[in-house]
Each structure stands twice: as structure tokens, then as C-alpha cells.
Design a protein around this ligand. Sequence first.
Ligand code: MN
Ligand code: MN
Length: 465
Amino acid sequence: MERPNAWKRYTSEQLEELEKFSSDYTAFLSKNKTERECVASAIQLAEAAGYRNLEDVIATQTALEPGSRVYASNRGKSLILVELGTKPLTEGINILGAHVDSPRLDVKQNPIEEKNDLAYLDTHYYGGVKKYQWVTLPLAIHGVVAKKDGTVVSVCVGEDPSDPVFVITDLLIHLAQEQLKKDAATVIDGEMLDLLVGHKPLVVEGDEDKKDPVKAQLLKLLSQKYAIDEEDFYSAELEIVPAGPARDLGFDRSMILGYGHDDRSCSYPSLRAQLALDEIPARTALTILVDKEEIGSVGATGMTSRFFENTVAEVLALAGYGEGSLALRRCLTNSHMLSSDVSAGFDPAFASAFEPKNAAYLGRGLTFNKFTGSRGKGGSNDADAEYVALIRRVMDEHDVCWQTAELGKVDLGGGGTIAYILAKYGMQVIDCGVPVLSMHAPWETISKADLYEAYRGYQAFLTLA
Ligand code: MN
Ligand code: MN
């Protein structure tokens, strides 16, 4: 069985819509490189589409009814959007879920170091990265510094063409005889990921032997620009990401090279499908954009927190279902979910890692994974055959181009997603997503066709009655 190539099926109108959607996505990806930035931008789009903050709705005890649109932000790092449908909530809702955090390097709490007239920020990588991929590229710093007085300073350096950028250095080839004997896992180790951030010493008259003058100069600049001091790094969340915008890739502009396709190539189209509902859906539509997937969905803003359950409980109460838990349990058990995360795109350069009949191919559309996991489906959510059949039906009815895949060869490795966490409520959940080349690399590649088919597939899913 081979699946069709989406590009061969498009009408000129669809190609135009595909290009428009891709350019919106590329702009979103270029602007939003952290979970906080993604959530802030998503809230702007939601408010423009008539979504109200759930906190305000609770404060005013405004009743929710079919067509009501509300959003709930969890510390600005994860977000839920809900549009109430015409059917009773206890019959279940349609859920789109994806994550907005991406692999990166985080700045340590005590990060500044001066060595031989060079100043560095020390880092601890976040998520699974091949460390050798992060050297000798222009890097940017995005994030926040929370000060003791309660103010929070936003930082974004390295994105404007007039901004400086940062870098992690590598050893010159001429002296790399010993280094090149190391294996790829250890050639750059975690403690070598030090970000070069300054070189000019602070000159203080009468104190020519001042200790760490480059660090002193750096701290002076930070104080002038952001009004922060060294101790403020204790309460900062600063993320180091590849600098610069996402770009069209290929002579034919058929692909997009960008940072953070994992998992914004799924979370952005999920968000847009939710916002694009033009008539009130039968079943309530809910989209969740979640943080911390790359490190196991832990913490208050990860999928394992109670934020999702609590938010649905608030919606039920405001919609007149009372404050007990039975309606909530019925609602969640009867729900359907597309848990979206990127798939490994088949890469001819590394063909031996894939099983070609069950691989995701660029251009063949939204990819469904009945199960994920590793070494015998370990850690997987395994969707029911009956649910897979329902999904096949709705995708085919809406002429969505889709394919099925496993991550790679059975014994080579694997990975988990947020799917199993939602499945705990007894709801129907299946993994799906956009195929990516060079997943978790600083610059990842996707096909515009798969992005567009994800958007179309999510819209089709939200019509499930
Ligand atoms: Mn990932
Ligand atoms: Mn992912």
C-alpha cells in the first residue's frame, strides 16, 4: 500500500491557500521561539477571534452557551481554547493537542564566566539534542528575567538584523586530530556548550588590574539595557535558540527550514483550525497548546499537570453542569483527541534507520501513528482499531491527504508524546503530526504540503459530531 503525494492533487486555489498558510506559519515560527512567546501570540490571535479570558468569565460568572469562546492561560506557558458546541458536553468534546516548547539550550542560574578575556554564559540543554549541532551557528537569547521587585523583564537579542548574535565555538580542524577520534555523542559534551557573549574589558581609571573586566563590562551593559544585576540570573528563564527567521527551502519553495517545527508545525495549524470554526460545532472544540513535552510533560505547565482537567471542570460549571466531578468524568471519557507531534520524515540519506512501508514521507500528508513508544511499544498510547477507522473515515470524507507511520525501525529507538496522558481519562486518542527531516536539529525541515494537510485534517476532525 502506498499513499498519494499531496502535491499532485492540488487545484490552483488550494496551492494559493497553501502558500498563504505557509507564509503565516513561517512568520509565526520566526517570531515565536519559546513557549511563552507562542502562548502570547496565540492569545492575541484568539482575542482577535472573539475568545475571552476564562478568568474574567469566572469572575463575572457569565454563563457559557453554544458558540461561547474562552481561553485559559497557564502561567503564560500553556494555553487552552474552547468553543462550546451545540451537543451536551457530557457526550464528549473534540480535542486538538500539541506542544509549544522546543529543544534548546537554557542559561544556567549562575551562568557568567570570564576566561582569557572572553565572557561566556554557561548553559544546560533542554530536551534531546545532538550537542555537536549547536556549535558555530548564530544564536539568539529569548526569555524573561524576574526581579525581586515583582517586575519581569523580557529579553530578545539576536533576531533583529541590527542585533548582535552569540556563538558556541568549536576546535579548528588543524588541531582536531584527537577530537575527531571521539564519537559523535561525546565530541561536544554538555559542559562545553558555553555561549560566547563578550570580549571588551571595562576600563576603570586607577584600577587597571581589575579582576574579570570583561564580565564587569557585560554586567554594566546588562544593567544599562535591562536594569538587571548578576543575582537576577537566579530568577531568569533565558533560552538560547538559533538566530534568524524561518525560510522557504528549495528552488521550488516547497519546504520550510526553521527552528522549532517540533512541535509548532502541529501546534500552529491546531490553533488555526480551532480559530477557523465558522459555524458553531456540534461537539465542543478544544485546543491545548502545552509546555514541557520535550522533557517528559512534567511540571505545572506540562501535560501531566491538572490544568487541562481543571479548565474543563470550570467550563462545565459555567455551562450549567454543576460543580461535581461526574459530568467532568463523562465529558472526558466520551471525548476524542488528535494528539499531534512531529513524525520522523523518511530521509533517503539515512534510509537504513527506517522501515520503508511504515515510514512518513514528505508530501504525503498528515501522518497518523496508531502507536509510538520504543522497544516493544513501551510508553505508547495504542489507539483502538475502531477509532483509527473513524479517523480514516473523516479524513477521507474531507479529502485530506494522510499517511500512517512508525518512528523508525522497530529496535532502533523511539519516543513518547502527550497522548498517553489524555488517554488516562478513557478518551479516544491517536498520535498524528507533520513529518520532519533533521528533527531536534537547530534547523529542521518540513514540506508545506504536510503543514497544509495538517491544517485541513484538524479542521476535518473538529467536524466529528
Ligand atoms: Mn521533540
Ligand atoms: Mn515533539
